[in-house]
Design a protein around this ligand. Structure first.
Ligand code: DAT
Ligand code: MG
Length: 141
């Protein structure tokens, strides 16, 4: 298989809870390489581009509001199969359903809010990874 890159975000809930190190620890323990790291509060423009596929869904506005509520850690990671591999580390979107052993399963829960605050984002395809890299690391995209 070819080496590939995935765009990972530690979302504002994960950042606020001090889980950036724990997420990056799991990425490195898995054997993936950190290519780039940044801490930033996302702009509305970054978020509307990043989440374009979800526009119009009931959780879309709450999602944008949550994602702009504070800093995130953006990480570009690299390794064979790291796109599917990171999503496997992250676990299911719903932290209640996410399996123990995964980031969302071990560290996430339902907070009774309109949007899943599920600690991390990971690209879902090589196309998404390229598109998202340009959003979060414009000099590398
Ligand atoms: P993932 O982050 O697992 O790729 P996604 O791309 O389908 O999931 O959705 C993006 C984010 O939107 C997700 O991390 C949390 C939120 N979300 C998705 N589906 C939701 C739902 N049914 N209710 C509330 N929030 C949701
Ligand atoms: Mg997604």
């Amino acid at each position: 298989t070819q080496t590939e890159r995935s765009l990972v975000l530690v979302k504002p809930d994960g950042y606020r809870r001090g889980l950036t190190g724990e997420v990056l620890r799991r990425v490195e323990a898995k054997g993936y390489t950190l290519v780039a790291l940044a801490v930033l509060t996302p702009s509305r423009e970054q978020l509307t581009t990043h989440y374009a596929e979800h526009e119009g869904k009931p959780f879309y506005e709450p999602l944008l509001e949550f994602m702009s509520s504070g800093p995130v850690t953006a990480a570009l990671i690299e390794g064979h199969g790291c796109i599917a591999g990171f999503r496997s580390l992250a676990g299911a979107t719903d932290p209640t359903a996410a399996a123990p052993g995964t980031i969302r399963g071990d560290l996430g829960r339902d907070w009774g809010l309109a949007v899943q605050q599920n600690i991390v984002h990971g690209s879902d395809s090589p196309e998404s990874a390229a598109r998202e890299t340009a959003i979060w690391f414009p000099t590398l995209g």
